[in-house]
Design a protein around this ligand. Structure first.
Ligand SMILES: Nc1ncnc2c1ncn2[C@@H]1O[C@H](COP(=O)(O)OP(=O)(O)OP(=O)(O)O)[C@@H](O)[C@H]1O
Ligand SMILES: [Mg+2]
Length: 408
């Protein structure tokens, strides 16, 4: 057993996708939750702190021993404030302020320009919405003014954090999505790339054959007719390979195709090659009398059959005459066509059964381990059908089954 290369399976990819999505959602939810919590704790603390300061201010005001100039006291209280605040008189005219904007923080009101007044007015409107003002009272009766206050800068920053997190998560999701659709696209192409690789070394067979016939023709005309027929066949084969290359990268199209002649032509191709093989193999078809029309991409489907037949031929042991059967049957009630490709070859070891459809898995000296994985992808992804190992017995043989919907 060997692994030529490893492409993660579709399921692993789907799991990873779900995992990424979950991580994204969790990131957003926990980010929002965490920052909201933090913000409300800090807001509470900030409010408590301000209220405590105001209490202190009022106590000082009502204390006859202290300097009772409100502006002086106010400036004392706000010395270390790190939040925006505005003290207004009872008419709501600003008297002192802090942390509003560097342009006006240290400017006396007499020196104010129109723009400065506007800044202060707007700040007051904004702060009003944050917290209800605290009235400053003298001896608990006479209102001297109002203390408007906002929150420390850090709270404003934290408030926008969830939006930042959300934007990051959306970007993350978008990038992930783009990555995945790229992987998907390149995977579609990898079918053609795999086919190209594989057909590339198939090019050699018809080319050698043509060279042989031309050589023969140059010596004598005795086999002219056979030679021309064979050369035509080889040319057809080369055209087919050229066609496969020309379609690399495009999404395969499905068309209604008569299944029986298609199978016969693939089998005919292999039958012609059989006499040149080291071992004795024959290929039999068991086809129903009626027409079977399926929605197929002919090139891809032929390629699937070729791969299954090639695997079947490879499985034949030299000790026995090989027999490969391609049997087509129908499940009429369900409109399904069933194609069984069976061989009397070496069979598949139990532990290998799970791996044979994995890209890169091969037990052969010169195998790529691509055939079955690409064949399955072609049948399942492009044709909506099924391809599976129906049965296998060591030294007795295997049956691979394709199930496809018939065109109604
Ligand atoms: N009919 C069969 N009989 C026995 N073993 C089979 C048969 N078909 C497939 N296998 C096993 O499954 C493995 C994978 O087959 P697959 O067609 O994917 O790759 P491969 O034939 O080894 O290489 P490639 O097709 O890329 O040239 C084979 O190596 C072989 O072990
Ligand atoms: Mg193969």
């Amino acid at each position: 057993m060997k692994l030529r290369f490893d492409i993660s399976s579709d399921r692993a990819k789907a799991n990873f996708k779900a995992f990424l999505f979950l991580v994204g959602v969790l990131l957003v939810i926990s980010g929002i939750w965490y920052s909201q919590n933090l913000v409300s704790i800090l807001e509470k603390q900030a409010t408590e702190y301000v209220k405590f300061r105001i209490k202190f201010l009022e106590v000082s005001l009502n204390n006859p021993a202290s300097n009772s100039d409100i502006n002086f006291l106010f400036n004392e209280v706000i010395q270390h404030a790190d939040y925006p605040l505005i003290y207004t008189d009872t008419e709501n005219n600003p008297r002192s302020w802090r942390n509003i904007s560097p342009e006006i923080d240290n400017k006396p009101i007499e020196a104010f320009t129109k723009k400065d007044s506007l800044i202060l007015f707007k700040a007051l409107e904004r702060i009003k919405k944050e917290n209800p003002p605290i009235p400053i009272k003298y001896q608990n009766k006479i209102v001297l003014g109002y203390y408007y206050y906002g929150y420390p800068k850090v709270i404003y920053r934290l408030r926008i954090f969830p939006y930042l997190a959300l934007t990051a998560a959306i970007l993350f999701g978008l990038l992930g999505y783009m990555g995945f659709s790229y992987i998907k696209r390149s995977e579609q192409q990898s079918i053609w790339v795999g086919m190209a690789k594989e057909t590339a070394h198939q090019l050699g067979t018809p080319l050698t054959s043509i060279a042989g016939w031309v050589e023969l023709l140059s010596i004598s005309d005795a086999h002219k007719e056979t030679a021309i027929k064979e050369i035509q066949n080889d040319l057809k084969r080369l055209t087919k390979i050229a066609n496969r290359f020309s379609k690399i990268g495009s999404r395969p199209e499905l068309k209604p195709v008569d299944l029986k002649p298609l199978i016969e032509s693939v089998v005919a191709y292999y039958r012609r090659r059989l006499p040149n093989m080291q071992k004795k193999v024959s290929i039999k078809t068991e086809l129903p009398d009626e027409e079977i029309i399926l929605n197929l991409n002919e090139e891809l489907f032929e390629w699937v059959l070729e791969n299954l037949i090639k695997n079947a031929i490879d499985s034949i042991m030299p000790s026995r005459d090989g027999l490969i059967t391609i049997k087509v049957s129908r499940i009429p009630g369900k409109n399904l066509a069933v194609i069984d490709i069976s061989d009397n070859g070496r069979g598949i070891q139990s532990p290998d059964k799970r791996h044979i459809f994995r890209p890169g898995f091969s037990t052969k000296k010169r195998g790529w381990g691509l055939g079955l994985s690409l064949a399955r992808r072609i049948i399942q992804n492009y044709h909506g059908g099924k391809l599976f190992l129906k049965e296998t017995k060591i030294n007795e043989g295997s049956v691979f089954r394709i199930v496809l919907k018939e065109k109604v």
